[in-house]
Design a protein around this ligand. Structure first.
Ligand SMILES: Nc1ncnc2c1ncn2[C@@H]1O[C@H](COP(=O)(O)OP(=O)(O)OP(=O)(O)O)[C@@H](O)[C@H]1O
Ligand SMILES: [Mg+2]
Length: 263
């Protein structure tokens, strides 16, 4: 399997009230193109920290042994700024907070079109409006959304706007941090179907962070279980649900009513 994303020995600590917290502690995994990997684990286990580092929005601890993130073989933390900017075309993220992640002063059309500036021949004018309308349609929103501000939308709608923005450059890697958690079931199903079809048609690779193990089981090919900044279990989704090796994973499965009894 040629790697789309390869993460190795990744460590990130934070100082909190005089203590050092290892938010990520030597995390590693490989994701191939066209694969969806679920990241699960309790609150504070390091999932969003991992997402930020994979997107090179944050950096590992200083020093030679705090790890690497490779996207299509390129070591993101070693890239000069221009090359990193080019690499950003291929990776997009949906942030956990659908309220904080959209600029309230910009209209939705502009918000969704924003990543297009990363493209070498970015579309303008009518072509740009058409692309924005298409991607809004793909997440179940009408083109009229373009002329409105984020405050006019519910949490679930905002998440869909954020998903549209993430998909507009046709990234090769999508990092989705609780991207469907605020959606009602019908819309959630629609978004999961969209992600599946992008995986199948475009070979999109996805890191799908979720506290909802049932959704992860439904969507993901592979899963990484995080606990205290470490990956405690990693492998094929059905294998881990059927035969969880770590006590922590067994507890997580037991806490999920729809999966109880499977583990
Ligand atoms: N900027 C920061 N400053 C200090 N500590 C941080 C910072 N970001 C994260 N942490 C700490 O790192 C740990 C991991 O946080 P992270 O947000 O990655 O967890 P998470 O798994 O995404 O949790 P949740 O499910 O609640 O979103 C937590 O202990 C958190 O308090
Ligand atoms: Mg988080």
């Amino acid at each position: 399997m040629s790697a789309l994303l390869h993460v190795e020995g990744l460590s990130r600590s934070y100082m909190l009230g005089g203590h050092r917290i290892k938010a990520l502690d030597e995390v590693g995994f490989t994701l191939g193109p066209g694969r969806i990997m679920g990241i699960v684990g309790e609150s504070g286990s390091g999932k969003s920290t991992l997402a930020r580092l994979v997107m090179a929005l944050d950096r590992p601890d200083p020093g030679p042994h705090s790890g690497q993130v490779r996207l299509n073989g390129q070591d993101l933390f070693a890239l000069p700024p221009r090359a990193l900017r080019r690499a950003r075309r291929d990776m997009q993220m949906v942030f956990q907070d659908p309220y904080g992640s959209l600029d309230p002063r910009q209209k939705v059309g502009r918000i969704v079109a924003e990543p297009l500036h990363l493209l070498p021949d970015r579309p303008t004018g009518r072509a740009r409006r058409e692309i924005v309308a298409q991607v809004l349609h793909a997440v179940g929103l009408g083109a009229e959304a373009m002329a409105q501000y984020p405050h006019a939308f519910s949490g679930g709608q905002r998440q869909r706007i954020a998903i549209a923005r993430a998909l507009i450059t046709r990234p090769k890697l999508l990092v989705a941090d609780e991207a469907t958690s605020a959606l009602d079931l019908t819309v959630q199903r629609q978004i999961l179907q969209l992600i599946r079809s992008l995986r199948d048609r475009q070979g999109l690779g996805v890191l799908f962070i979720s506290h909802d193990l049932a959704v992860v089981e439904d969507l993901c090919d592979e899963v990484a279980v995080m606990h205290n900044g470490r990956i405690v279990e990693l492998g094929a989704m059905n294998e881990i649900i059927a035969r969880p090796q770590s006590a922590y994973t067994r507890r997580l499965i037991a806490a999920q009513p729809s999966l109880r009894g499977l583990g």
